[in-house]
Design a protein. Sequence first.
Lengths: 252, 366
Amino acid sequence: MPYLALDTATTSLSVAVGERGKLFGEATTQLSRNHSVKLMPMVENLLADLDLDPTQLQGFVIGRGPGSYTGVRIAVTAAKAMAFALNLPLVGVSTLDGLARHGAVSDALVVPMLDARRRQSYTALYENQNGFFVKIQEDKLLVLDDIIRAINSRMVVRRLDKTKPAQVLLLGDGAENHRDELQEKLGDKARFATSPAQNFVRAAHLLDVGIPLLEAGEVHDPATFAPEYLQLVEAEAKWLAAQQAAKEGEPS
Amino acid sequence: MGYQQRVRDKYNADRASGKPVVILGIETSCDETSASVIRDGREILSNVVSSQIEIHKRFGGVVPEVASRRHVENVNGVVEEALTQAGVTLDDLSAVGVTYGPGLVGALLVGVAWAKGLCFAKGIPMIGVQHIAGHIYANFLSGGMEPPLLALVVSGGHTEIVHMPAHGEFEFLGRTRDDAAGEAYDKVARAMGLPYPGGPVVDRLAQEGNPEAYPFPRAWIDDESMDFSFSGLKSAVLNTMHNAEQRGEEWKQADIAASFQAAVVEVLVEKTVRAVRKTGVRNVVVAGGVAANRGLRAALQKRAELEGFGVHFPSLDLCTDNAAMIAAAAFPMYEAGRFHDLDLNAVASLSLTKWADTPTIPFLVK
Ligand SMILES: [Zn+2]
């Protein structure tokens, strides 16, 4: 029985159906302006093309961000409802995983970058270790200089291991939008996608990450499951700062 | 089998079985996450409202992104609670009604995405509901009137007189040219230094004040018009307070509140009377958050008795946003077999009169 994966956190709208080690099908668009309108018809069509009914699914893998706040909520919310309705398990995985795994066969350090404006990107670090594609730094929102710093500091570690080339594969719109600067500062270490097909989030990659979690029973509770925004709402951040300041002003 | 066909099959089977129509309503247009189960369009089996008001108070108003995030966290629990309280399961549902506008688009999207996920998974017919229609339908839940009728819609975003000749049909007779009545309440309350949300506090203060202390203006526009304008009144109130402060004089909160409320209520009531006289429709319902206002309820009731027309207000808990009214408004759409498809979107500025234009699933009722 197959699993369904969904991601709407970026400009990529992607859904995939498959089992462990087997991809049944995937649908992805890059230019959808309206994930809210397109997501469920895309799910319906993909299942219909595979002669599947929603009741034949056995679980959900959801890209839980980071990415667009409004966008990421579309798939997360639809999945919360479907998991509730069908009484099926659900697991949220990082949207960055869905991008990074284009580099899963590479020996380079793999750095997915989702552009978050103001020279910032949502990013994480991955590399192959003993045949496994491993996440070595969790999702963060970083400015370009800090991303370069993180890459360089990982390169120091990688130089101790002769099998690991001093190369970094930079993926996603964050990499493309800052390509010149990354190239300049990282020199010949920097590699970029060789095709636009490697710069977007694929739901099929989310299945690779999520199915082992679902099968191990490592699932989220659909009732409390929520996106990973990596940022507080500005009004909340200001309020918390004001609370903190008031507390510090109090005589102890 | 595709979603459309599953919906047709379920609808035809449910109609043939003669079982009661059980509709789950979902409402997330602003800062309340609400779910409700309604039987046969009138009977409330449950109506769960999870209010975020305590969260937004600290910001002095609703922060849309905060509201959207809370809706995602709340929605499953609120629906589960509504089903449990109603003693029904998803398999008992005939349809789902969900607010798709107007409102905060990010907040609306949570309800819409959730409803689509549920309805797709279970093959349940889905009805997108216009939020203001929901407020009008709150009146049918508390018993009483049937169309044709007039609806006086008064809330933070709306001040309208609507003619409703039949279920699901709406025509504007009058609308505000600037601020909504509820908006004027909020702005005046803020200027008076009252806590958010200020409308109910102004209403309470008004009960203790002198409504003739300040002669605030009434905007009649002309003898015929059923349109409203509250920005002049709002400015007059703010100027009165400002000028008094400039002169070092005290102004009495309760008198300002009472005089302001008297001006708002008089205009709302008289324009409603104009609409009754002009259309000959003799039943009036009041809808929206300001329908809870005690000054308005008392004045309109009194005037209706004098003029000899019927007036109906929703019970107080149904004046604020809730999903029971959304499920109630979905009921006539269910009866007509008008269902939305999986491409339903949230529409931030969806008008009452445009509700019927959103395409529905082509239907073959057996
Ligand atoms: Zn409302």
